[in-house]
Design a protein around this ligand. Sequence first.
Ligand code: SF4
Length: 281
Amino acid sequence: MNFNIRVGISALSFFQCSRRQILSLLAAKKGIRPKMEVSKYLMAGKALHAILQETFRYHLDKIHYHFYRKKLSLSDSILNVMKALSVRWETFFRYEAGFPWEDNRAEISGALSLIDDHLPILAQCSLSLLDDTQGEKSVQTLTVADEFEVMAKLRRNIILNGRIDLLAREDHRLRFIELKTGSPKDSDEFQLRLYREIAKQTSPDIDISLELWYTKPSSDLTNARIKNVTDIHKSLLKKLNEIIEIAASIKESNDLPERIYDPYLCRYCKYCDQINQLFPI
Ligand code: SF4
């Protein structure tokens, strides 16, 4: 059986639960999409990703202005630009996002306040993108690209693809950066390691470092907001191909791996709730 589907890396990076990986493959084959609810966390995450990317794609000149003309610190210069970009998100959520303001007032207000809370930490993380030359901070930046796409062909005609939040080039090294606005999870690291493994298929000699930027204020990583992910030289693509073979052999729900009952991982996962859609009685 061929799947003939395209799946996102983020959907398959939950190596902690192979049941979830298998269910997401079967759901994609049947065209069933996981239910998405309007949530302040999702809204804030979407906005923060866009703010980071827009800041470095379009507004480096404004960082220069605050830093050189206004004599602000570098982190305050970045923060000022990010705050200015955050203002339009209220309009977007209220009038353009496609959900009624009256029904979602609390979630929208919550999202705006989350954005405010995360921005100072995001600005701090972003300092690492700017060069420190000749002993004083300079706003010479690295080459950056956002939403850089990586793609791999897996077994049974499955295309695996993902978009790296921010890619920075520093001399001969590429930095793959993923922004995470929730609490740290093992799948965050698996996601980045898959990006690198796929990129290495076409450019084996390239030096790639992996960074997770955590901006949740109450996160455990109180000091180290940037987590460097090290490689353990174990092929995740090989593991995914094994999971695909298991998924292809499943005929009924009893064939699935057992539930794991992990309160944190299962909290935002709807696959076990949607099982009857995949295996109608
Ligand atoms: S709800 Fe929990 S056990 Fe079920 S697929 Fe999701 S993560 Fe796995």
